[in-house]
Design a protein around this ligand. Sequence first.
Ligand code: FAD
Ligand code: N01
Length: 535
Amino acid sequence: MRMPHEVDALVVGAGFSGLYSMHKLRGLGLSTVILEKGDGVGGTWYWNRYPGARCDVESPYYSYSFDEDLQQDWEWTERYPAQPELLKYINHVADRFDLRKDIFFETTVVSAVFDESTERWTVTSIGPDGGSVISAKYCIMATGCLSSARMPDIPGINSFTGRLLHTGMWPHEEVDFTGQRVGVIGTGSSGIQAIPMIAKQAKNLQVFQRTANFSVPAFNGPIDQEWFAKIKANYPELRERSRHTAMGIPYQRRNQAAVDISEDERRAVFEEHWPKGGFRISSCFNDLMRNKESNDSLSDFVRAKIEQTVTDPKTAELLKPYGYPITGKRICVDTDYYATFNRENVQLIDVKSDPIVEITPTGVRTESNFYELDALVVATGFDAMTGAMLRMDIRGRDGASLREHWDAGARTYLGVAIAGFPNLFTIAGPGSPSVLSNMLTSIEQHVEWITDHLAYLQAKGYETSEATTASEAGWVEHVRELADQTLFPTANSWYLGANVPGKPRVFMPYVGGVGTYRAHCEGVAAREYEGFALK
Ligand code: FAD
Ligand code: N01
């Protein structure tokens, strides 16, 4: 397949965001290509193939809503779909809408430069046949919020002679840990999903935990066909409801503050929600992220569950998270995580009190011990929200670089546009609800808003759209103000960039909720794209 020299729209990334963008852009009659680093579609679900990788949103809701036939035809098999099923789904979508023919795989975009004389973007990439340059009127960065995997900066990591694996760059072939001594560094969502699965295979598993995380059980299982049939019958209404909720999932949040009732009554509400699984526990009161006392109640409740599950009291104590609010980091949704520490072949190593000092060719050395390993899994996360964008050299008007523009933290207008970078749009970027939501709901909203905007530009004969500096500054301030009214900034999370040494500490996602955000975006559009300079 030959790469064109010129297109109307160029999309970077072939995950859920990129594929839907391509479908909608084609619908506007725009010639469109996608450039994708991987050799297949799927994004997150292409790269994260570690054992246990699974969605934390129920399958009927973590799926596209834009096509009624698609959502009626597709049959989910589990309540929370695992990575292979999600990858199958997204491949089905690519085929069903004939998207593949315009996707260039194994092609990494290295730079995008705005040419003021032509008002077009020059996008340079490296692919299987070497370097290529495409000129595009519109650039859609569908590069993902959690697509820039980070290896930990531990001395000697590259000297390890056993198998070294990052959860976010997992090999395509099955990895068999049978009979091996395995170490896992990291107990975020990825580690928490992988650990129970690896424990079942490995001879011995050492879990290196620096910060304990809050995790709640998914209570996953085969999908309840009666429940799924009801959802299918009511899909339009449920999807519409999702679009106006805080998280983009059609759960009813109880409209009550935990502080308004006694501790015993709160506990009864938590107990009632616990067996429902996953995020439902965090929607049982409306003040959990606004009031420390409320949050402490839920934190205590989850810590008590850990204590009830883990038989060794010392291990249970280490697994209990302290020092930050529950849901201040995306809550982990697990299957048998805490119970895994009751297995004889699993040990929890507290690397907060006994830090890792180096990785040697044969294992992990902490200040006071050495752990010999055949395989080391690093589940150490991502340079989130900005990493993929900043790996490229993006230059807007006057050659201004995005790296400099975001030097003190990401700045966007509405999370979709950047001042000084005309006709360039980001999907689920910093400044939008993004990672605080069911991302499928947020992705669809962004793609639809952006393509409606492009349709408007075409209809009115505008060549460029650009967020103004003032509107961007106003939005950045609004996002900060909203975050400061919550407990979110009190956790050292990747939402704040706290996991990347030297990254500016700015709370990146919009905490106001999917519905409020949507209303905001719709208002901007209704006021003829207020805050954008259109020429
Ligand atoms: P991605 O899926 O990340 O796709 C971005 C694509 O861009 C990638 O394929 C990447 O290779 C490509 N790319 C990036 N830079 C370049 C470049 N320079 N050149 C070429 N290609 C490039 N969200 C939820 O709502 N619920 C969940 O349960 C959930 N589970 C998750 C589990 C894991 C393990 C991870 C990492 C994330 C999870 N997320 C979840 C968030 C998830 O990222 C989104 O739900 C969604 O898949 C994002 O889709 P996307 O298309 O925006 O980005
Ligand atoms: O990454 P993380 P992740 N030495 O950054 C530890 C989504 N997701 O890949 O907290 C020792 O959360 C680090 O410790 P600390 C979801 O949005 C969803 O797990 O820095 N430890 C932490 O424990 C999620 O939030 C699912 O002290 C080191 C861990 O590594 C996001 O992706 C599944 C270390 C990193 O946790 C990221 O999750 C998977 C070091 N040098 C992912 N460096 C679902 O379930 C880091 N750590 C849907």
